[in-house]
Structure formats: structure tokens, C-alpha cells
Design a protein around this ligand. Structure first.
Ligand SMILES: CC(C)(COP(=O)(O)OP(=O)(O)OC[C@H]1O[C@@H](n2cnc3c(N)ncnc32)[C@H](O)[C@@H]1OP(=O)(O)O)[C@@H](O)C(=O)NCCC(=O)NCCS
Length: 164
């Protein structure tokens, strides 16, 4: 039976494996390892089936104009053999429930996928990003009034430098 739980000691290799298989490379696995090493893996959940990690989601700190308070959802991965069965959505929902202190969450991803969780285009809220993305860069405000009144630039942590 599928279980979604927080990452534990001993999960790192299984997380690496699912990220490498889902993304077809090492970049996202290296990013998660770097976030863990720097203490910036704010929330890390795994989907486990029959003792095997089949999905993973991570959240790490982001700033707007240097002001902390937000989190970035990245990466999200489900093993290719298990995609399109709701595991990714379950990881996003459970992840968002676990973000007790965050003001907002940003994500760079497919708009149709993230809209169902309440994300909207960040540029509509005046929030830019470092990647030159428009529709793909989305934001979910968790604490109303936490965003800058006019506009601002969201930035992920330094671990993303090598990844982007
Ligand atoms: C994106 C991903 C995490 C989704 O996980 P999942 O468990 O398959 O997602 P769910 O089962 O919850 O949702 C499936 C639905 O999402 C949508 N969806 C899935 N992948 C999508 C994509 N790349 N673009 C747009 N919509 C997508 C589809 O509408 C699908 O519904 P359908 O089966 O009725 O067509 C998974 O496909 C994955 O790991 N992909 C490779 C890594 C990646 O791209 N990660 C996202 C980075 S933002």
C-alpha cells in the first residue's frame, strides 16, 4: 500500500534513484543532496510502496527581494512506471499541508498541473523570477498579505545555481 511520509535517515539513496530515473540525469538528485547538506531541505516527503521509494517532493527556502518567508517546490518526481496514478498530486497536497510557517510557495512547472492546487501565474501578482519564465513560474499565497505590495523578484537558494 502506498504511504506518504517524511524523509528519514537511510532514504537518500532511494530518493536519488527515483530522481535520476524520472528526470533522466543527475542534476535534480544532486540538487536534493546539496539542499540536504546545507540544511535547506525544509520539507522532504517520499511516496513509498512495498518498501520502495516511488516518488519524492522537496521544498526549500526562497526569498523575494532578499526577504525570507517563502518556499520553493522543487523537485517533484514520480517513478515513470508509477506516473499518472495520482502519486504526484498526493505528494503536492501532503507537502502543502506540511508547510506550517511558510508565507507562500513558488514552483517552476507545468501550469495545468499546478493550477489544481491553487497556484497561479506569479507575474500576475507582480513576482518575477531568475529564469525568465512566465506562465511556468507560479505562486500560491499561504498567508494573505505576505507578498510585496508592488512587485518583487523571487530567488531560490544558492544550491540552485548549479541546477538551473
Ligand atoms: C510531473 C510528475 C511528477 C507527475 O506525477 P504523476 O504521479 O504522474 O501525477 P498525477 O498522477 O498526480 O497527475 C497526472 C496528471 O497530471 C498531468 N500531467 C502529468 N505530467 C504532466 C506534464 N508533464 N505536463 C502537463 N500535465 C501533466 C496529466 O493531466 C495527468 O492526468 P491524466 O493522467 O489524466 O492525463 C511526473 O510525471 C514526473 O515525475 N515527471 C518527470 C519529472 C518532472 O517533470 N517533474 C516535474 C517538475 S516541475
Amino acid at each position: 500500500m502506498l504511504e506518504i511520509r517524511r524523509e528519514r535517515d537511510g532514504d537518500a539513496d532511494g530518493i536519488r534513484a527515483v530522481l535520476r530515473t524520472a528526470f533522466g540525469g543527475n542534476d535534480e538528485a544532486n540538487l536534493v543532496d546539496a539542499l540536504r547538506a546545507s540544511g535547506n531541505l525544509s520539507v522532504s516527503l517520499v511516496a513509498v510502496d512495498a518498501d520502495r521509494i516511488v516518488g519524492h517532493i522537496a521544498f526549500s527556502p526562497v526569498t523575494i527581494d532578499g526577504v525570507p518567508g517563502g518556499l520553493g517546490l522543487a523537485p517533484l518526481a514520480v517513478h515513470p512506471n508509477r506516473q499518472r496514478s495520482g502519486i504526484g498530486s498526493a505528494l503536492v497536497r501532503r507537502g502543502l499541508e506540511a508547510l506550517h510557517d511558510a508565507d507562500y510557495v513558488v514552483v517552476l512547472g507545468h501550469p495545468e498541473y499546478y493550477a489544481k492546487f491553487g497556484f497561479r501565474r506569479a507575474s500576475d501578482l507582480g513576482i518575477g523570477n531568475e529564469y525568465g519564465a512566465d506562465e511556468a513560474f507560479q505562486l500560491l499565497e499561504l498567508r494573505i498579505g505576505s507578498l510585496p505590495a508592488n512587485s518583487g523578484m523571487a530567488r531560490y537558494g544558492p544550491e540552485f545555481g548549479a541546477w538551473s
